[in-house]
Design a binder for this molecule. Structure first.
Ligand code: IMP
Length: 430
């Protein structure tokens, strides 16, 4: 059955939106399965460019139905604002075009306040979260005190549930974090308005998708964040609170293990990270500034959601091999190859070294990486502008050699290569 999953293989911001845009042209459904408005995808419709945080970016293809799965945490204020932005850009958003899982959980202002209080209290050990309330919303879910979208369908019970939730979080805010309590009534009123607007969109997404797949429809699952931010498999505790990895798409959409066809690992040609946590191949100084860009271009390495400058470094094959096996990747899509143009040499981390030993894989996952030194291979760079290349043969030999080495090192074919910011600046390999 044709479920294709697009997943980030690094710490997010790999350029998944580009791939989704390309693949959504053939999809009947585009689905978000994890995370919340911590994510950010830049979308271009005609002359307009804007950022979506929650709605699957594939909905800009008018034939595709957007779906938000049970694995997502939904801030209704963000969702409604995005619905309006899309409508203003001429993209119709109606209950026929957007379905929200009844089992997805809500993010409230209380979750956001708790995220801020917890980050502030962590001091030097802060995770560097997006402060969007993601961790606290998933904590509510796991502790079985969360608010599911289905509760919006009974407004009276929903008001009671919101009030109890705010009162509960107020106890944490005041007792543990010396923060002021939130006004429960204000949030009850605010969320009553959201319930009225969102009720028509609430659906059984799992059955909807399962039936569509059985009828031969194509579903594209859009991962947010990336493999190394996965709660279970990433650089714990410097991770997000969901499972962005490909198996997370099955749980987060309510689909069985036999559904998936392709798992496409989107990989930036170098490595970036926003927020704290280990980053063995991180660069500083001039080379970092060169890869990051100045922030003048929308594709420069500054956070889509928070605007923070991203940390940058060389591509890390030890971590990419981990992503290949955790996700069961069938192929890679390599983004931003053009950014490497003009570098005399390019480094590729193929192993780590610690205590005179060489590690090509990690004995205990990627949590504590401070003991490791990256071992690099140096490959020649290229000067030719790549942006006009549309076929493999158009690429300079040095760029092809870099890609072939990534394939050898990862064991997975590179099927797509992006060579510029425009929609058409992509090379597809058969
Ligand atoms: P949270 O998801 O806001 O709790 O943040 C946890 C970590 O994940 C922080 O390091 C964030 O910077 C990072 N993070 C969350 N969402 C994204 C994303 O969409 N792209 C890149 N990093 C992200």
């Amino acid at each position: 059955m044709p479920l294709d999953i697009v997943v980030g293989t690094q710490w997010g911001d790999e350029g998944k939106g580009r791939l989704v845009d390309l693949l959504a042209a053939q999809a009947d459904f585009v689905a978000r399965y994890n995370g919340g408005d911590n994510a950010g995808h830049t979308v271009t419709v005609g002359e307009q460019t804007f950022r979506l945080h929650l709605i699957p970016s594939g909905v800009i293809h008018l034939h595709a139905i957007g779906v938000i799965g049970n694995g997502v945490v939904v801030n209704p204020a963000t969702l409604l604002a995005e619905m309006e932005t899309l409508r203003a850009a001429g993209i119709p958003i109606t209950p026929n075009r957007l379905r929200l899982s009844y089992a997805a959980h809500l993010i409230t202002p209380a979750h956001r306040a708790l995220d801020q209080a917890q980050e502030a209290s962590r001091g030097q050990g802060k995770i560097g979260t997006t402060l969007r309330g993601i961790g606290p919303a998933y904590t509510s879910k796991v502790s079985r005190q969360g608010l599911r979208l289905v509760e919006m369908l009974d407004r009276q019970l929903f008001a009671q549930a919101i009030r109890a939730h705010v009162q509960e979080i107020n106890r944490y805010l005041t007792a543990l974090y010396a923060a002021g309590p939130l006004d429960a009534q204000e949030i009850v009123d605010e969320f009553d308005g959201y319930a009225a607007q969102l009720a028509p969109y609430i659906a059984d997404v799992s059955s909807l998708l399962a039936e569509a797949l059985a009828r031969g429809r194509r579903v594209l699952a859009e991962g947010a964040q990336g493999t190394l931010l996965d709660l279970d498999h990433g650089t714990y505790p410097f991770v997000t609170s969901s499972n962005p990895t490909a198996p997370g798409a099955l749980v987060g959409l309510g689909l069985g293990v036999g559904c998936a066809e392709r798992a496409i690992g989107v990989t930036k040609s170098f490595q970036t990270r926003v927020g704290s946590g280990p980053f063995p191949t991180e660069l500083a100084g001039e080379m970092a500034a060169r890869l990051r860009g100045t922030g003048a271009n929308p594709w420069d390495e500054f956070g889509t959601t928070t605007g923070r400058p991203r940390r940058v470094g060389w591509l890390d094959m030890v971590l990419l091999r981990l992503a290949v096996h955790i996700n069961g990747l069938t192929e890679l899509a390599l983004t931003k190859l053009d950014i490497l143009t003009g570098l005399p040499t390019i480094r590729l981390c193929t192993a780590y070294r610690a205590n005179d030993q060489t590690f090509t894989a990690l004995p205990f996952g990627p949590s504590n990486l401070s003991a490791y030194e990256p071992a690099y291979e140096e490959l020649p760079g290229w000067d030719q502008d790549l942006r006009a290349a549309r076929r493999w043969e158009d690429l300079p030999a040095a760029a092809r050699a870099y890609i072939l080495r990534i394939e050898e090192q990862s064991g997975v074919p590179v099927r797509l290569i992006s060579v510029g910011p425009e929609r058409t600046q992509v090379i597809e390999r058969p």
